[in-house]
Design a protein around this ligand. Sequence first.
Ligand code: MN
Length: 242
Amino acid sequence: MIDFHCHLDLYSEPFAIAAQVQERGMGALSVTTTPAAWQGTKRLGASRPAIRTALGLHPQLAGAREHELALFDRFLPETRFVGEVGLDGSPELLESWDAQVRVFDHVLAQCEAAGGKVLSVHSRRAATQVLDCLDRHPGAGAVVLHWFSGTKAELRRAVDLGCWFSVGPAMLNGARGRSHVADLPRERVLVETDGPFAQYERRPLRPWDVVIAVDRLAKLWGVGATSAASALRSNETSILAS
Ligand code: MN
């Protein structure tokens, strides 16, 4: 199983976590929040093929780090994976909204120019605007909406656009998240933790805690955990082959 969205570089012991991911025979998409963190975070995946590092510029940092887009462009050829990127419409980030849109549009245009990447996308309180940006850049690649929390109509639009969805224990904890996940085509679902930001039972999630999401998905789908895991693995194979 692959944790399709975690922040390995933000754990207090990132190398120990990375080593465990490799030892447990699982995988992780290690997302970054700024291009400046790319080289350091990439080292966590050096000689660990289970760890794929994504180049990102988090919407919450887009206002302060827009100047790092030059670094983004420089590092992009080194990876197939981009994230965490996207838009965040929370009221406290309103001031950076224009910068967020410029950054996300730039990122999508670069992905498009590079022939398409696999992207992990944040869309909190901005699902419609994220989908509008994706509409403008149809060649950006395979888009995974991480922890999607939009409306049902936005969810349908995202499905129609061909988006994937990574869901984690925290999302599956809430009634709204579960109801969204129940509506998703099963062949577009991946699992994530968003650790160490996301917590479960008052402790930060670790990549191997994706098993909690697998168990919850199995219940939601009315299948056994083994069968849910094999469906998810086949989804992972299919997005990685895209
Ligand atoms: Mn995240």
